[in-house]
Design a protein around this ligand. Structure first.
Ligand SMILES: Nc1ncnc2c1ncn2[C@@H]1O[C@H](COP(=O)(O)OP(=O)(O)OP(=O)(O)O)[C@@H](O)[C@H]1O
Ligand SMILES: O=C(O)c1ccc[n+]([C@@H]2O[C@H](COP(=O)([O-])O)[C@@H](O)[C@H]2O)c1
Length: 189
């Protein structure tokens, strides 16, 4: 089986993430997409991060009815910050019969040379890159790249957190059950 790995902080998961995950699951040769919740992105500050177990639960709520999507907490048991090369090595060892690919936006792909041991990643895992406005894919960085023309919703988790803090509605920006759970638990206030 071919599995696409979509890594992120998902702080919180939003409709932009879900459009991409579902598009890749149904419009490419990948059979499933795992949303891998990273406890700590090596290149992002941790100040506004909700506890990883809560972020993971929100991802589970968001995708609960979709058979091709799965939430993964595999990085919770690995060293912090979460270096993708370590996660990939762990997954390939744990699931030797599965084929793994990586899904990322063209903005992240532009920066992949800053990732730890990126040469190992690009040599061993195909990368499905969806275009984000303002970030052209001008080079492959040595990877086997598949470019995706996926529909885009221009929001970020930072927007969601700011709107919640300001008391603004996040309806339709995240699934209803995710918005309800965030509100009930006073997250991001
Ligand atoms: N609106 C969006 N559409 C498609 N992809 C997105 C969108 N927002 C983020 N992504 C991508 O999803 C992946 C996971 O992102 P992450 O969880 O860090 O979300 P984020 O919304 O960018 O977060 P933050 O605003 O906190 O930095 C990254 O590869 C990121 O580029
Ligand atoms: O391995 C690295 O060096 C590395 C550097 C930056 C980001 N990542 C991973 O990429 C995922 C998406 O990152 P970002 O910055 O695009 O939101 C994040 O969850 C990290 O685990 C990984």
């Amino acid at each position: 089986m071919k599995i696409g790995l979509y890594f992120g902080s998902f702080n919180p998961i939003h409709t932009g993430h879900m459009i991409i995950a579902n598009f890749v699951a149904y419009h490419t040769d990948l059979d499933k997409v795992w949303l891998v919740v990273s406890p700590q992105n090596p290149l992002k500050p941790s100040a506004s991060l909700l506890n990883e177990h809560n972020r993971f639960h929100l991802v589970e709520l968001a995708i609960q009815d979709e058979p091709k999507l799965r939430a993964s907490n595999i990085e919770f048991s690995l060293p912090r910050p979460s270096f993708t090369v370590d996660t990939l090595a762990y997954l390939s060892e744990k699931f030797p019969t599965q084929e793994f690919a990586i899904i990322m936006g063209s903005d992240s792909f532009q920066n992949i040379t800053r990732w730890r041991n990126y040469q190992h990643i690009v040599r061993n895992y195909p990368i499905y890159v969806y275009k984000r406005p303002g970030h052209e894919v001008t080079e492959t960085h040595g990877a086997t790249v598949k470019i995706l023309e996926a529909p885009m919703l221009d929001i970020s988790a930072t927007d969601i957190r700011n709107w919640i803090k300001e008391g603004m509605s996040i309806r339709y920006m995240v699934p209803d059950n995710v918005a309800a759970y965030i509100a009930a638990n006073n997250y991001y206030k």
